[in-house]
Design a protein around this ligand. Structure first.
Ligand code: ATP
Ligand code: MG
Length: 600
C-alpha cells in the first residue's frame, strides 16, 4: 500500500486528476457486471416457478408494461434482455480497460522520461559518485518493471476489488449466512497464505535489484573496455559475472511468479470443496432442487467470476510487496536528489544566451575539495584572466589542472573563496557556462556523423553547415574530412568514434568546442594525442584566435603553452609560479626542468 502511494505521488497533478474519471468508470463497470450476474437469479426463479411473474412486483409490472400475454415469451424476452445487457456491459468494459491500459502505458513513458530528465539535470558532481550503468538500469528496466508489474496489476486489482466487493455485497444481500461463511473461509485462507509468502517476496525483491545491477555493470564494463578485455583475455571473467547476475535476476523473477500465483491456484480445490459443502448445506435448509436452483445458479456464476478476481488481487498484492524496494529507489531518486533546475521549455538553451563577460574573471583565495578527498585539491588560488588573453595551466599529473577549469566553468562549485566576473559574483550558472567551448581530456564521440559530432546535440534541422566547416578548419580537420572520408562530413564515426584515430577524435573534439563560437575556449590536453606537426598546425590555428577569444590551455608539453600571455604553474593544488614562458624558464628551476625535458 505504501509503495502504491509513493508511486502515485510521483505522478503530476494532471496525471493524478485523470485517475478520478478512470476510477469512476471502473466502479461503474463493476456494477454493470454484478447487475448482469444478479439478473440471472430472477431468471432462474422464473424458470423454476413461472408463477413468480405474477407474485413478484417488479416482474409483474414489467410483464404488464410491455404487454406480455404469454409466460414463455416473457421468459425468452428476459433471457434476451439479460444477454444484451451483458454484451453492452462487456463493450463498456473493453473501453474502460483500454483507457486503463493506455493510462498505464503513458505512465511508463512519462515516468521514465521524468527520471531521465531528473538525472540529466543533476549537477556534474552527482555523476562523480554515481555509476552510470546503474542510472541506465533504473531508467531502462526498473521503471518498466514497476509500471508493468506494480502499477498495471494495481489498477487491475482495484477494478477487480470493486467487482469482488460488489459481487460479495450482492451475495450477502441474497443470502447473508451463506455469503458471510464463504467470505470467512476464503478470507482466513488468504490471509494465512499471504503471511506465508510475504517475507519470501520481500527477500526475492531485494535480490532482484542487486542481480540486475550486477548484470548491467558487467555488460557495460565489458563492452566499454572491450580492448582490454580482448588483450587480457578476460572474456570468461566478464561472462561469468554476467551469468551470475542474469541467473539471479531470472530466478528471482521465477520465485516471484511462483509465490504470487501459487495461492491463487490453490483456490480451485478450495472452491470445489466449498461448492460440495454448499449443496449439502442447502439440501438441509431448502429441501427441494427447485428451491435451491436460483441460489446455486447465482453462486456458481458468482464464484466462477469471483475466483479469478481474488486470484489476481492476491497476485497484485504480492507483486507490490516484491517490488517495494525498487519503488523505494525510484521514489528517492525522483524526489530526494537535487531538485533539478529545469528550463521553461524543452527547446535548446540558445547558445547566444550568455552571461556578459567584458573584462576579466577573478579567482580570490579559491579552494575546492571533492566530497571524498581528504585534502583540498585546490587551495588559495588567486588569479585573474583578462578577456581575450591566453593563459596556460601547467603542472605535474594530479596537481589539479582539470579540477581548476571545472571549477571556473562551475561544473564543480568552489568550496571556498570566490569567483567574480567583471567584479560581480555569478548569478546564473547556466548562462555562464554558455560562454565556454570545452575540449575535455577524454573526448566522447557519439555514434553519428562527423557533422553531428561537431554540432553536438544540435538537431539536424538547426545545424549550420558553414559553422561546422569553419570549426573543422580551425581544428585542422577539414582537409582530412573532405579528402579522406568517403562521405565527408556525413561519415559515421562509430561508437565512441571507434573508426577514427585518437588524434582525429581529438580534432573533432576541438571543432565541437569551437562550433558555437564561444568567448572562452578551454583546452584540456587537447593536443596531447597529436604528432608534433599536426599539433603545431592546430596550435597555429588556435594562435590565430588569440586576442579575439579568451583561451585557457592545459598542457603537459610545455612547448604547447609557449605563446601564452601568462602561464600558471600548479603544484598540489596551489599556484607556485606565474609569468611569461621566458621569465619562468629563467627564474623557476622546476619549470625549467619540465621545459627542458620537452625540448630535448
Ligand atoms: N571525482 C574525484 N573525487 C575525488 N578526487 C578526485 C576526483 N577527481 C580528481 N580527484 C583528485 O584530484 C586531484 C586533481 O585531479 P585533476 O584531474 O584536477 O588533476 P590534473 O592536474 O588534471 O591531472 P592530469 O594532468 O593527470 O590530468 C587528483 O589527486 C585526483 O586524484
Ligand atoms: Mg587533467
Amino acid at each position: 500500500m505504501r509503495s502504491i502511494i509513493k508511486l502515485i505521488s510521483l505522478f503530476t497533478p494532471g496525471e493524478k486528476r485523470r485517475l478520478i474519471p478512470l476510477t469512476l468508470a471502473v466502479v461503474v463497470m463493476s456494477f454493470l457486471e454484478v447487475a448482469g450476474i444478479g439478473a440471472l437469479g430472477p431468471f432462474m426463479s422464473v424458470v423454476a416457478d413461472p408463477n413468480i411473474i405474477r407474485t413478484q412486483p417488479i416482474l409483474s409490472s414489467l410483464y404488464q408494461f410491455f404487454g406480455f400475454t404469454d409466460d414463455r415469451a416473457f421468459l425468452i424476452a428476459m433471457g434476451v434482455g439479460i444477454f444484451l445487457f451483458m454484451v453492452l456491459s462487456t463493450v463498456f468494459k473493453m473501453f474502460v480497460l483500454y483507457a486503463m491500459y493506455r493510462y498505464v502505458g503513458n505512465r511508463r513513458y512519462t515516468l521514465s522520461h521524468r527520471l531521465f530528465k531528473q538525472y540529466l539535470y543533476q549537477p556534474y558532481s552527482y555523476f562523480l559518485d554515481h555509476n552510470t550503468s546503474e542510472l541506465s538500469k533504473n531508467l531502462l528496466t526498473e521503471v518498466d518493471l514497476v509500471v508493468s508489474d506494480v502499477l498495471r496489476p494495481t489498477m487491475d486489482a482495484f477494478a477487480r476489488g470493486v467487482l469482488a466487493l460488489s459481487i460479495l455485497g450482492f451475495l450477502i444481500a441474497s443470502n447473508p449466512v451463506v455469503a458471510l461463511a464463504t467470505g470467512a473461509i476464503f478470507g482466513v485462507f488468504y490471509l494465512t497464505m499471504y503471511g506465508f509468502v510475504r517475507p519470501r517476496l520481500a527477500y526475492h525483491g531485494k535480490n532482484l535489484r542487486e542481480a540486475n545491477r550486477v548484470r548491467f555493470k558487467a555488460a557495460g564494463e565489458a563492452f566499454g573496455a572491450i580492448k582490454d578485455v580482448k588483450i587480457l583475455g578476460k572474456e570468461p571473467a566478464f561472462s561469468q559475472t554476467y551469468a551470475a547476475g542474469a541467473r539471479h535476476f531470472a530466478l528471482s523473477q521465477a520465485s516471484r511468479q511462483i509465490f504470487s500465483t501459487l495461492p491463487g491456484q490453490t483456490m480451485y480445490p478450495l472452491a470445489a470443496g466449498f461448492a460440495v459443502a454448499l449443496v449439502i448445506f442447502l439440501l438441509g435448509t431448502h429441501g427441494s432442487l427447485g428451491e435451491m436452483l436460483p441460489l446455486l445458479a447465482v453462486y456458481a456464476f458468482a464464484l466462477q467470476r469471483l475466483i479469478p478476481e481474488i486470484k489476481d488481487i492476491f497476485q497484485a498484492a504480492s507483486q507490490i510487496r516484491y517490488y517495494r524496494h525498487t519503488v523505494d529507489v525510484l521514489y528517492s531518486d525522483m524526489t530526494e536528489t537535487h531538485p533539478p533546475v529545469l528550463p521553461e521549455t524543452e527547446e535548446l538553451n540558445p547558445p547566444s544566451d550568455r552571461l556578459p563577460f567584458n573584462r576579466e574573471v577573478q579567482l580570490e583565495k579559491l579552494a575546492f575539495s571533492y566530497p571524498t578527498s581528504r585534502a583540498p585539491v585546490l587551495n588559495e588560488i588567486d588569479l585573474t584572466i583578462n578577456k581575450n588573453t591566453t593563459i596556460g595551466l601547467v603542472g605535474t599529473t594530479g596537481c589539479g589542472k582539470t579540477t581548476l577549469v571545472d571549477v571556473i566553468m562551475l561544473l564543480l562549485e568552489p568550496t571556498g573563496g570566490k569567483m567574480l566576473v567583471d567584479g560581480n559574483p555569478i548569478t546564473d550558472k547556466v548562462k555562464w557556462q554558455r560562454n565556454f567551448g570545452y575540449v575535455p581530456q577524454q573526448i566522447f564521440l557519439s555514434d553519428d556523423t562527423v557533422a553531428a559530432n561537431i554540432a553536438f546535440g544540435v538537431p539536424e534541422r538547426l545545424r549550420n553547415p558553414a559553422a561546422v566547416e569553419q570549426a573543422a578548419k580551425v581544428a585542422n580537420l577539414h582537409d582530412f574530412v573532405t579528402t579522406e572520408l568517403e562521405h565527408g562530413y556525413d561519415t559515421l564515426v562509430g561508437e565512441r568514434g571507434i573508426r577514427l584515430s585518437g588524434g582525429q577524435r581529438q580534432r573533432v573534439g576541438i571543432a565541437r568546442a569551437l562550433y558555437h563560437d564561444p568567448d572562452i575556449l578551454v583546452m584540456d590536453e587537447a593536443t596531447s594525442a597529436l604528432d608534433s606537426v599536426t599539433e603545431d598546425a592546430v596550435m597555429d590555428a588556435i594562435h590565430n584566435l588569440m586576442h579575439t577569444k579568451t583561451i585557457m590551455i592545459i598542457a603537459h608539453r610545455i612547448t604547447t603553452v609557449r605563446e601564452c600571455d601568462e602561464i600558471f604553474f600548479l603544484e598540489r593544488g596551489r599556484i607556485i609560479a606565474r609569468g611569461k614562458y621566458d621569465a619562468l624558464v629563467r627564474d623557476n628551476p622546476k619549470f625549467r626542468a619540465m621545459a627542458k625535458v620537452n625540448i630535448e
